[in-house]
Design a protein around this ligand. Structure first.
Ligand SMILES: *[C@@H]1O[C@H](CO)[C@@H](O)[C@H](O)[C@H]1NC(C)=O
Ligand SMILES: *[C@@H]1O[C@H](CO)[C@@H](O)[C@H](O)[C@H]1NC(C)=O
Length: 462
């Protein structure tokens, strides 16, 4: 009971994913109290994956209104964070670091530099704003909530970037969340410049601002010009000697190759600047990085890796992560960073940490459906021999499209989809190597069968 009360005030929703075999079903219990705002929390949310992961299932699992408290919180961070940007960095816009609190703390975390020096917490959270728009196509939200926050965030970022000797725009100082490297003099270090995560988050925010500005007819403002000039000057993703993604700007030696964070893979998930369709080489390096990191880690690390394998369309490894999470932590068991599941289905860090419960639901959704504004992928990472038969209802794709899927003997049996939004731009449906051109008209339900043939359509509301 104590835990539940704490949860209700800490998070805007509680999800229980039930996991019966052999069919798969996702069930959600939403405890959304009108007054349950994240501002009531008494802990210190970490903004370098954990707070974000709590919201990962919100969009794909049709719980988008549960993000409202997060966006309120962002509004407070933007107020305090503009003071931090000015006082600490003489920069415009607003900034937030690794750890915040109920008073919307935005300044650096007082600890070891590998925790403190990370002014990207707010920028990562801002990517949720653009995602929210992509799923909902809610232009009022984009104009009145998302854009002002994104604009302030980007104003900080353009000020924060500094020209490096090679002509690229760099971040400096810079860390890769909670990780360290061996400096060229052999000493342990964690602060350098332009970590892959910094640059990836900045790229995602810049692209979101450009796309939003265009949709809102703000394409000629000064910030947009600055971003357009800065984007091509951001350093590219680099490959290390062992063909993994480089986590830092230089190919430093990693003293802990199995570190729990996979920050350098952000562009594949939760970001989208890396994709299987157009970056096969980068994706191969992402896979190499995941193999190098190994499978061990706390619950949230397991579910992040699960989602990454899903985006790599590797159902086998995504499924290995499913099993990894569903590993019983015996009562009283608390080996730090070992992950697993308690008997009540709460996920372990240990101790209990809700993020992996939410991350799990999001990653399962990612195994069953993936989308861009124009493309919808059915069962992209279904472990067909493990879950040969199943169905899922009410998942959401970008473009405000709702999707039901049934599969049998490991193959797509039928997909039913519809949108109540006439602005959706979904144009192609994918299943494995099959592609079908589609037009999802508002208010029409489409039923596709094997071979992605459209079998039937009917009006959404009779
Ligand atoms: C954030 O701003 C509010 C309103 O001015 C203030 O009450 C609060 O103390 C600030 N938080 C921090 C951590 O400075
Ligand atoms: C998605 O959520 C909305 C709002 O809660 C609800 O009205 C709708 O029925 C849900 N969609 C499905 C398919 O359950």
């Amino acid at each position: 009971m104590r835990i539940l009360l704490w949860l209700n005030s800490y998070f805007s929703m509680v999800a229980i994913s039930s996991f019966p075999a052999p069919g798969l079903e996702l069930r959600f219990l939403i405890c959304k109290e009108s007054g349950a705002k994240i501002l009531h929390l008494s802990g210190t949310p970490h903004l370098n994956i954990n707070l974000q992961m709590n919201y990962w299932p919100a969009l794909t699992c049709n719980l988008s209104e549960c993000q409202e408290p997060l966006f309120d919180f962002l509004g407070s961070l933007a107020v305090n964070g503009s003071k931090t940007a000015k006082v600490n960095y003489q920069a415009g816009g607003w900034v937030t670091h690794h750890v915040s609190d109920i008073w919307a703390k935005s300044s650096a975390f007082l600890k070891n530099p590998k925790h403190a020096v990370w002014p990207m917490g707010g920028a990562w959270l801002c990517t949720h704003l653009w995602e929210h728009y992509q799923f909902s196509l809610d232009k009022d939200f984009l104009e009145n909530t998302a854009y002002p926050l994104l604009e302030g965030c980007a104003n900080f970022l353009v000020d924060w970037l500094i020209e490096g000797p090679g002509g690229y725009l760099e971040t400096n100082p810079s860390t890769s969340p909670e990780h360290a490297f061996v400096a060229p003099d052999g000493k342990p270090a964690s602060v350098s410049y332009s970590t892959t995560m910094d640059i990836t988050i900045i790229r995602e925010v810049f692209l979101a601002v450009l796309a939003s500005a265009e949709l809102l007819g703000k394409a000629d403002i000064d910030l947009v010009e600055r971003i357009k000039k800065a984007l091509p000057r951001l350093p590219p993703i680099q490959f290390a000697r062992d063909r993994t993604i480089m986590e830092w700007a230089l190919d430093f030696k990693d003293p802990e190759v199995q570190h729990r964070h996979v920050s350098h893979l952000f562009g594949l998930y939760p970001g989208h600047t890396i994709a299987m369709d157009n970056d096969p080489d980068v994706c191969e390096a992402v896979a190499n990085s995941l193999y190098k990191r190994g499978e061990d880690g706390p619950g949230w690390s397991t579910t992040w890796k699960m989602a990454l394998w899903a985006r790599l369309l590797n159902s086998e490894n995504a499924y290995r992560m499913v099993l990894k999470l569903i590993t019983l932590v015996p009562p009283g068991g608390k080996v730090e960073f070992e992950g697993g599941l308690y008997t009540n289905l709460w996920t372990a860090h240990p101790p209990f940490q809700i993020d992996a419960n939410f991350g799990f639901a999001a990653a399962i959704a990612e195994m069953l459906i993936q989308s861009t504004q124009s493309d919808l992928y059915l069962l992209p990472a279904l472990p067909r021999d493990k879950w040969p038969m199943g169905s899922v209802k009410g998942l959401k794709a970008r473009g405000d499209v709702t999707v039901d899927i049934r599969w049998k003997e490991g193959e797509l049996h039928e997909a039913v989809l519809w949108s109540s939004n006439d602005r959706n731009t979904v144009a192609r449906l994918h299943y494995g190597k099959e592609v079908a051109a589609v037009t999802v008209r508002r208010g029409i339900v489409y039923r596709f069968g094997s071979g992605l043939r459209c079998l039937e359509t009917w009006p959404l509301c009779k």
